[in-house]
Unconditional design. Structure first.
Length: 117
């Protein structure tokens, strides 16, 4: 056996002996295992607190209307049960002039709104 192999074998044997000694004596830094409970946990309250979850309503649907010949803001507003003012505000209009083919965003309907404007 060559000298290099003999040195390597001795180093390996020393390492094995060292590891075996540490394992046999136990490692002082190793945490102790927690004991396993022998009883089942017991529910300590007979009425758990009631919880509620509030779900937000879906966002209001907005429709697009394409202006047809003969349409007026009043006719369109009445047809969709919204006010003329709401229709103008939703579309950024400062006057009541309409162009055929113009697309208008219809605002969501407000329950109980007076659409007679």
């Amino acid at each position: 056996m060559s000298r290099a192999r003999a040195v390597a074998a001795a180093a390996c044997a020393a390492t094995v002996l060292c590891v075996a000694a540490v394992w046999a004596s136990g490692c002082e830094t190793e945490p102790e295992a927690e004991p396993i409970p022998t009883t089942l946990p017991v529910l300590t309250t007979l009425r758990p607190q009631l919880t509620t979850t509030t779900i937000a309503p879906p966002p209001p649907q907005r429709h697009i209307y394409v202006v047809q010949p003969g349409d007026t803001l009043s006719k369109i507003a009445n047809g969709f049960d919204v006010t003329v003012q709401a229709l103008m505000e939703e579309n950024g209009k400062e006057d009541t002039l309409l162009r055929i083919g113009e697309q208008l965003v219809i605002p969501p309907t407000v329950v109980g709104a007076d659409t007679s404007q």
